[in-house]
Design a protein around this ligand. Structure first.
Ligand code: SF4
Length: 290
């Protein structure tokens, strides 16, 4: 069995978050640059310029891209050869707490949906776990903005609604969201499973690399068609019209019940913040996990 020290988890989560709220992945910046070149609407072009300029300012001044520094979502892939003699989720939350308090990031989490009392350190994060072969721990994090999350949707379609029903639901979600999810978007679509599984699939989809076309030909065709049709909706950057409503569509699917066709659409705003780290377990006899 191998271990990863608790303090390694805390430090990595903290630094990934502090970095991700200020810096977009290069692939996202490249997508905005390409969209700007193709964009025919002058106002939309101007907004894309502002988004790129905002990124440069955030980088050079070491400040967040957006005032909403999100609710932290983590997908944790845990190698089966790893052994933890501490609470992994607690360690992740300590990393979140340190990032938001020491980094002076906005704390956006309340203790109860109805009492609205701020937890003051942006914990707890929403953490999903999966087991994988080997001795690695892979942590994907996304500080997810409230605006785009609020415009995300889920519906249990009838199987007879089929592919067209899914497309209509995704297009309706993007159209009714308008400028509120802060487009240009990354649109994550989860199809199948059940009520909670399709939401998980959709959330996981927004973390896929932008150039990652899924291997499943049914899902790949949907990704291509949805991308084309969403960008014809004329929602545009910040909902003010244009050719650039989304920079990517990612579809994840899973088997489902014969009577169901669950569909979830998770919208990621233009502050498409994410980060990941791969930690490798070590044979440690007397790990200092304090
Ligand atoms: S949806 Fe995204 S860009 Fe808009 S306010 Fe929230 S975090 Fe910022």
């Amino acid at each position: 069995m191998k271990k990863i020290e608790r303090k390694t988890i805390i430090e990595n989560v903290k630094s990934m978050l502090m970095d991700s709220v200020k810096t977009l992945h290069q692939e996202v910046i490249d997508a905005f640059v390409t969209s700007r070149e193709k964009e025919r609407n002058p106002l939309a072009k101007n907004i894309l310029d502002k988004i790129l300029e905002n990124h440069e300012i955030a980088n050079s001044k070491d400040i967040p891209l957006c005032q909403d520094t999100g609710l932290v979502v983590c997908f944790v892939e845990i190698g089966r050869e790893l052994y933890f003699d501490y609470d992994l989720d607690e360690a992740i939350n300590v990393g979140v707490s340190q990032a938001y308090t020491q980094g002076y990031l906005r704390k956006s989490v309340v203790k109860h949906p109805l009492n609205r009392i701020n937890t003051l350190d942006n914990t707890p994060a929403v953490i999903h776990h999966e087991f994988i072969p080997g001795d690695k721990l892979i942590i994907h994090i996304a500080p997810k903005g409230g605006g785009s999350e609020n415009m995300s949707t889920l519906k249990m379609l009838s199987p007879s609604e089929g592919r067209e029903g899914i497309i209509k639901f995704v297009l309706d979600t993007v159209t009714s969201g308008g400028g509120r999810p802060c487009p240009p978007l990354i649109v994550g679509v989860g199809i199948g499973g059940n009520f909670e599984k399709c939401a998980w699939l959709a959330k996981k989809a927004i973390l896929r690399p932008l150039n990652d076309l899924t291997e499943n030909p049914i899902d790949r065709d949907l990704e291509i068609e949805l991308m084309e049709r969403i960008n014809k909706l004329d929602v545009g950057p910040m909902g003010l019209g244009g050719d650039t409503t989304c920079i990517a569509v990612k579809v994840n699917s899973f088997p489902c019940h014969i009577a169901s066709l669950p569909v979830a659409v998770n919208l990621q705003c233009h502050s498409a913040r994410k980060n990941e780290v791969i930690l490798v377990g070590k044979e440690i006899d007397n790990a200092d996990n304090r």
